[in-house]
Design a protein around this ligand. Structure first.
Ligand code: SF4
Length: 240
C-alpha cells in the first residue's frame, strides 16, 4: 500500500505548498500621525491580535477582528495605493510570524516600511531595511513587565523608541530608561507621547523638553514640534 507523503494530495496529484497568510484587520491610506514620519501620506496595514492590554489602548477592535489574506494579496492591496510609505501596525504585528516575509516583500517592491511594535516581542528577525518604531511600555500602561529588554541591543539608528506617558511617574521612569540605556546613541529618535486627558499641560513641557534633547540629530533634515488634538506631542522630520 502506497504511503501518501506530505507533498501529495489523496488524489495523487502534487500538492502546492500552502501560501503564507496573515490575519488582517484593515488596510487603508491616511496621514501618518506619529513618530518622525508624522504628516506624510502612509498606507497602514493593521494586523489582528495583541497579547497586551494597555490601559490606554485605542485599537481594541484589532484584538480579534480580521480575515486571512495571502502575502501576495496584501502586497497587491498595498501597491494599489500610489504611496511610498507603508506602516505595519496592529494589534501586535510580530505575533504573526509571516509578517517578517511580508515586510521584506514590501521593501523589495520599493516601499519604505515602518513597523509599530509593542516592544514585547523579539525584533531581531525583522528585515534591516525596515524602520522599527518600538514602544517601551511605561508603568501606567499596566504592561511594563512585558518589555523585552534584549530588544535594546538590536536597535539601530533606523529605529525609534516611543514612551507613552500618562503621569509624572511615567515621565520619570522614561527619563531613567533613556539615560540608563543611552537611547539617543542607539536609535534614530526617542519619542515621548503624552496621553490626552491624563496629563496636565505643565507636564507636557517637561516631556517635550526631554524628547527634544534626546533626539538624535544626525538624521534630521528638518525638525519641528507639533502638538495635535490637545496633548499629543510628536517630533517631525523629513525622511533620511
Ligand atoms: S500593544 Fe498596542 S494594540 Fe496592544 S494593547 Fe497595547 S496599545 Fe493596544
Amino acid at each position: 500500500m502506497k504511503t501518501i507523503t506530505k507533498q501529495e494530495s489523496i488524489s495523487g496529484q502534487p500538492k502546492r505548498p500552502a501560501e503564507k497568510t496573515l490575519t488582517i484587520n484593515e488596510i487603508y491610506q491616511s496621514i501618518q500621525g506619529e513618530s518622525t514620519w508624522v504628516g506624510l501620506p502612509c498606507v497602514f496595514v493593521r494586523l489582528t491580535f495583541c497579547d497586551l492590554r494597555c490601559t490606554y489602548c485605542d485599537t481594541e477592535y484589532a484584538f480579534y477582528e480580521g480575515e486571512k489574506r495571502t502575502l501576495a494579496e496584501i502586497t497587491e492591496a498595498v501597491m494599489k495605493f500610489d504611496c511610498p510609505l507603508v506602516e505595519i501596525t496592529g494589534g501586535e504585528p510580530l505575533l504573526q510570524k509571516n509578517v517578517v516575509p511580508l515586510m521584506s516583500m514590501l521593501a523589495d517592491a520599493g516601499r519604505t516600511v515602518l513597523l509599530e511594535t509593542s516592544g514585547a516581542h523579539d525584533i531581531s528577525s525583522v528585515d534591516p531595511r525596515v524602520h522599527r518604531i518600538m514602544d517601551l511600555k511605561t508603568p501606567g500602561s499596566g504592561e511594563v513587565a512585558r518589555n523585552l529588554w534584549s530588544n535594546i541591543d538590536h536597535l539601530t539608528t533606523r529605529d525609534e523608541v516611543k514612551f507613552v506617558i500618562g503621569s509624572r511617574e511615567d515621565y520619570e521612569w522614561s527619563c531613567d530608561q533613556v539615560r540608563q540605556f543611552n537611547l539617543p546613541a542607539r536609535c534614530g529618535a526617542v519619542l515621548f507621547s503624552p496621553i490626552f486627558g491624563r496629563i496636565e499641560r505643565s507636564g507636557i513641557s517637561a516631556a517635550r523638553c526631554m524628547a527634544t534633547v534626546s533626539r538624535s540629530r544626525s538624521r534630521l533634515k528638518e525638525r519641528s514640534i507639533q502638538r495635535s488634538a490637545g496633548f499629543t506631542t510628536t517630533l517631525r522630520s523629513a525622511p533620511p
